[in-house]
Design a protein around this ligand. Structure first.
Ligand SMILES: NC(=O)N[C@@H](CC(=O)O)C(=O)O
Ligand SMILES: [Zn+2]
Length: 430
């Protein structure tokens, strides 16, 4: 006996909403069409709801092993499920960092047991993320690493990055880069702009990112490696990626919801809930990111969900760690501020959160199609409420969006046909 998701809105190939039923059987989508027969199946009433492929977030910090006070695989994937995400890629800047195959296997096994989402671990580029010796890419790939990155830090030495790209190209691995030149970023806490000057805080210039983007594009051209830029934030970086794509360089890029929606002029006061790396930049940078997303320079959206404890984030802006949570607010934020405002269409937003990240990393997820895994997200586009960090499933409450009134909240999430989250006010599926 299967399950029919009855009468929800499914986006067709041209992005038009159509009333469709979805039949799920054996963890897969068995049929998709108007008025499928009940035939003894369980039925979920999805009328009035949008039925999307499960969302995909390829930049998440789950913090295990080592930083369980900030987040765990269990709480982080529960946050993912609440946010409508069914697939997340987790970053290797844990303690110890994921630089050995047994650690990658450990994360995968724990996620298999405790996870409310599919977890694809990134592994390190360099041992200990120290930027010197390469990790064993072949062993990491064979252990199931999605790709390699030293996220949290940029690879400072160009020769090390080139060696990583050569090795990755041989093995068919993507190299994903946190682009940050540490000599230029210095001890910066926020973008090197008006806010930094007003509060006497050390600044991080856009060039700290852009010089590594430019360097890595040159190295990609030399090595033929598949290269991905994490959390793009500076207008110069957008220009470099645009030019590289025009030249046929195999580069992709992601952007976060907060860099699309906020700039440093929006920071109300020195408050570490507004501190993340890369920092919120200028209005022109923000506009360049939106333009880059719309013209295809930037391939997809990823949250960079980076939970920290309340205690850490209560420190002053110079001392607190970088990072904000993102999983539980991403879809409603982007729906309310990009779709409802007419900046992009619903179909574009859905693509940037599903099929686009999947395609960039060669993953078979992010599409509603017969035969695909039954990863589904039901969204109520009319539901409106304020962001309440106290109600997050994540251990992290560090968000600049507290109190924002948003529409478009996920109400039910399903991974391979199993419910991973349901709004208790609406559903009681077992
Ligand atoms: N983005 C952040 O501000 N912080 C991330 C690291 C990272 O993604 O660079 C973290 O691990 O906390
Ligand atoms: Zn990073």
């Amino acid at each position: 006996m299967g399950l029919v998701i009855r009468g929800g809105w499914v986006l067709d190939e041209r992005g038009h909403p159509r009333r469709r039923d979805v039949l799920i059987d054996g963890g897969r989508i068995a049929a998709l069409g108007p008025r499928l027969p009940d035939a003894g199946h369980d039925v979920v009433d999805a009328s009035g709801l949008l039925v999307l492929p499960g969302l995909v977030d390829l930049h998440v910090h789950l913090r295990e092993p080592g930083f369980e006070a900030k987040e765990t695989i269990a709480t982080g994937t529960q946050a993912a499920a609440r946010g409508g995400f069914t697939t997340v890629a987790c970053m290797p800047n844990t303690r110890p960092p994921l630089d050995r195959p047994e650690l990658v296997r450990w994360v995968r096994a724990k996620a298999e047991r405790e996870g409310a989402a599919r977890v694809l671990p990134f592994a390190c580029i360099t041992r200990e993320q120290a930027g010197r010796e390469l990790a064993d890419f072949r062993a990491l790939r064979d252990a199931g690493a999605l790709a390699v990155t030293d996220d949290g830090r940029g690879v400072q030495n160009a020769a090390v990055m080139r060696a990583a790209m050569r090795e990755a190209a041989q093995l068919g691995l993507v190299v994903a880069a946190h682009c940050e030149d540490e000599a230029l970023a210095g001890a910066g806490a926020v973008h090197d702009g008006a806010f930094a000057r007003r509060f006497g805080l050390p600044g991080i210039p856009g060039s700290a990112e852009a010089v590594q983007v430019a360097r890595d594009i040159a190295l990609t051209m030399e090595t033929g490696c598949r290269y991905h830029v994490l959390h793009l934030s500076a207008k110069e970086s957008v220009a470099f990626v645009r030019q590289a794509k025009a030249l046929g360089v195999p580069v992709t890029a992601e952007v976060t919801p907060h860099h699309l929606l906020l700039c440093d002029a929006d920071i109300p006061a020195p408050d570490a809930n507004w501190k993340m790396n890369p920092p919120l930049r200028s209005r022109e940078d923000r506009e360049a990111l939106i333009e880059g997303l719309l013209d295809g320079t930037i391939d997809f959206i990823a949250t960079d969900h980076a939970p920290h404890t309340a205690e850490e984030k209560a420190r002053d802006m110079a001392a607190a760690p970088f990072g904000i949570v993102g999983l539980e607010t991403a879809f409603p934020l982007l729906y309310t501020h990009l779709v409802e405002t007419g900046i992009c269409t619903l179909q574009q937003l859905v693509d940037w959160l599903t099929v686009k990240p999947a395609q960039a990393f060669g993953l078979p997820y992010g599409r509603l199609a017969v035969g695909a895994a039954a990863d589904l997200t039901l969204v109520d586009l009319e539901a409106e409420r304020a962001v309440d960090p106290a109600a997050f499933a994540s251990k992290g409450r560090n968000t600049p969006f507290a109190g924002w009134r948003l529409k478009g909240w996920p109400v039910l999430t399903m991974l391979e046909g199993r419910v991973t989250w349901q709004d208790p006010a609406r559903f009681a599926l077992t």
